[in-house]
Ligand binder design. Sequence first.
Ligand SMILES: *Cc1c(COP(=O)(O)O)cnc(C)c1O
Length: 362
Amino acid sequence: MDNRFIRDHIRSMKPYEPIIPMDVLSEQLNIPVDALVKLDANENPYGMPPASIRRLQALSYGHIYPDPESRHLRQKLSERLNLPLENIVVGAGADELIDLLIRLMMNPGDVMINCPPTFGFYDAAAQVHDLRIETIWRNKDFSLDSAEIASAAKAGAKLIFLANPNNPDGGLIDQKTLSKILELPLMVVMDEAYIEFAKPHQSLVHEVLKRDNLVVLRTFSKWGGLAGMRLGYGILPSAIASEIMKIKQPYNVSVAASEAGLGALEDVSILNERMDRIITERTRLSHGLQALGYLQPYPTDSNFVLCKVLHVDAYQLKNDLMKQGIMIRYFRTAGLEDHLRFSIGKPQDTDRLLAALEALAP
Ligand SMILES: *Cc1c(COP(=O)(O)O)cnc(C)c1O
């Protein structure tokens, strides 16, 4: 259904893979929402932090526009990160900041490096802004091809997004590769959506102030249990932060999201405890998957486990699990057709998943 008023490069984009919401699946399968096991989007299985819930219940300024500068939240982030407030920007999820960074830095036709398999939104956002995408595939073990990245940067590419840990495999970028990439004439956006589940010293947050070509993105969606609130933040050189403040929508972070985020920052110790439980469960799930004999889990530093699927069709397996109300992630991406990704849930979710996989074993 073409329409001549739509810009050509957008008309030629593929539609976004639809995600089935829990209530829709619940109705389709006739299984109550509470009985679904949702392990497909790396959300936090323990729900929102208690202080976020309390703040949302007490919310009384929903009729007033939020502070366009999100001062209160940025102040609390600044204390937590021990970084100046002017280097912190908040957005409606890290996704919004990805889009804003492209808008800020890239003209149509400028070259962005994308290193799949990785988070799909980098490519999608680049397409919306009509960038030229230089695709540099990762190696079989999901490590980066730093030689190819270097030659693309030297040939004029301007921007690269790197997820660290990477989604969908969960692995970290090694230090040597990181330092090499940071030395290139390239804007590096390090997406640390899952860094809380890795070792804390792996973060590049404290490198940002030492350079002009590094931005770090974080989110409240995974560690913070606030995926539905849409709240993320960036640590940026102050010159870039102030330009972002100019172009963002004035009220991008809602009153509710802001309150929820403040709650999360008050509940850091509870969130860290939940994170420890997720990390313990990660080990148990990985071992359990390995023991099934037909799934090969990759090492992971995040809140999910990617597996190569042997002897059976991965897509079929995903659908068989879905019929039982267990939602997991399948990718159509080249090289991932025989892979599945499982988010880490509560211990009882692991039990149900492993039992179902055992019953479906070839
Ligand atoms: C989930 C995810 C995000 C999205 O974060 P939001 O704050 O929910 O927009 C960003 N990057 C990666 C790698 C992710 O997996």
